[in-house]
Design a protein around this ligand. Structure first.
Ligand SMILES: [Zn+2]
Length: 441
């Protein structure tokens, strides 16, 4: 008791000495106030207890705020040093009946609109909307429409728009618009599976596959372990992203980590056998802050994985929660690269932003092209130019024919092969091959 009191007094004395010196330099204090595992654990406890203004970092510079109307969550905010990093407003519309599908079905419409200031310059250049059509009978399928727009800070005009419609049939219909010759135009359109099939990582995990794909019961303690790893990754992965210059992404990963480990339900789906993945996540759920999240874990791989490999697996899945900002490489997997993911993982990681960032954060021999894809910088510029050489000197590219039926979106290992094949199909006139970005090859 005596010792505790003395300790407390010394602490207070030190604080009295320190506070006047740091009080005027609050931003400098915040410059080093990043989440720790203890601070995220404390945040998780506070959120579970109903906290509405929760510190994510030890000194509370990074905060997660919630606003409720009665028991309904209407707003979420993440702020760093008082400055808005991201926010969501949630609303439920009055009951409505939609004429399609026929016969008319009663749907509830719940929508969210979000903003994110990715470069923390005070202007939220990312605007998101989520519209969910939730059927009130079992006859209809739940439909979700996501839209992310990127606005130019100066003109505040839309320079990029990505729309993803999940019609409820296990697919996602993606349309990407970007500025082409001064106008916003559809540059990419494709249909992909709604559930992520391939979740490759740079981890050396060897899967001891037990046979064909099957869903099995999860071990009783797995959810607790996964939640704990999510918090660890919120810190370690976030720290890596911050060091790499992706501060807003780091803040958002920390916020998502603490809410995933507390207020948002995680539904684990355990698998064994040849599933084509170490783990997976439902993309429509994970980008929707109001949705529970399904995480699939292949126990044949997980059981063999080291703790650091498991962190790499979960970091990969957490990166899927981020909004897409790149036209070509976003925080989703490009379905045109699926074959490459299976046949040439080194090359795939240089083109897939999640694989690239995971490698940049966890692989000591990460390449310049991985660095460029993760950061949206050029491979030949700092900090990427200090990394290992790109896997190949060949330049690949995509051919997009959004007006073809069905819309085409294909990857070619070489830009020459792409150029030869690209502008020939129906609706593909004037389409040019898009080389892989920022490779400096
Ligand atoms: Zn993935």
């Amino acid at each position: 008791m005596q010792l505790t009191t003395v300790g407390l007094m010394i602490t207070l004395a030190l604080r009295l000495l320190v506070v006047p010196l740091t009080a005027e330099a609050q931003p400098a204090g915040c410059a080093q106030d990043f989440p720790t595992e203890a601070s995220l654990q404390a945040a998780r406890t506070a959120i579970v207890a109903g906290g509405t203004d929760v510190a994510l970092s030890p000194s509370g510079c990074l905060r997660y705020k919630r606003v409720f109307s009665g028991s309904i969550l209407t707003r979420e905010e993440t702020r760093f040093d008082g400055q808005l990093v991201s926010a969501w407003d949630h609303a439920i519309q009055p009951l409505a009946t939609f004429p399609s599908p026929f016969p008319p079905l009663p749907f509830m419409v719940a929508s969210s609109s979000g903003i994110r200031d990715n470069d923390l310059d005070g202007f939220s250049e990312l605007r998101s909307t989520i519209v969910r059509l939730i059927p009130l009978s079992t006859a209809g399928a739940r439909q979700i429409h996501f839209q992310v727009e990127e606005l130019a800070p100066g003109s505040q005009t839309v320079v990029q728009r990505r729309s993803s419609l999940y019609p409820g049939d296990g697919t996602v219909h993606v349309t990407v618009e970007a500025i082409v010759t001064g106008m916003l135009q559809v540059v990419r359109k494709f249909v992909a599976p709604a559930n992520i099939k391939v979740a490759t990582t740079s981890a050396g995990t060897r899967c001891n596959l037990s046979g064909p794909e099957m869903i099995v019961p999860c071990p009783g303690d797995l959810l607790t372990k996964v939640e704990s790893i999510i918090l660890t990754v919120g810190v370690n992965g976030g720290s890596c992203l911050r060091t790499a210059g992706l501060s807003a992404e780091a803040d958002n990963v920390a916020q998502v980590a603490s809410t995933l480990a507390s207020s948002r339900d995680i539904i684990l789906q355990c698998e064994r056998g040849d599933t084509d993945r170490l783990a997976g996540i439902n993309t429509s759920q994970v980008k929707d802050p109001m949705s529970p999240v399904l995480i699939a874990i292949n126990l044949d791989c997980w059981d063999n994985a080291s703790n650091s490999d498991r962190e790499i697996i979960i970091f990969h899945e957490l990166l899927h929660t981020l909004d897409n900002t790149f036209e070509l490489q976003g925080w989703d997997h490009d379905p045109s690269l699926e074959n490459l993911a299976e046949n040439n993982n080194d090359r795939y990681r240089e083109l897939d932003r999640i694989g690239a960032c995971n490698s940049l954060c966890n692989n000591p021999s990460t390449t310049q092209c991985e660095c460029a894809t993760c950061l949206g910088k050029k491979a030949c510029d700092a900090p990427c130019n200090s990394k290992a050489a790109c896997f190949t000197s060949q330049i690949g590219g995509w051919c997009d024919c959004p007006n073809a039926k069905p819309p085409k979106h294909e990857w070619y290992d070489s830009i020459n092969a792409c150029a030869g094949a690209c502008p020939s199909g129906t609706g593909c006139a004037f389409v040019l091959c898009k080389p892989e970005m920022n490779a400096c090859k």
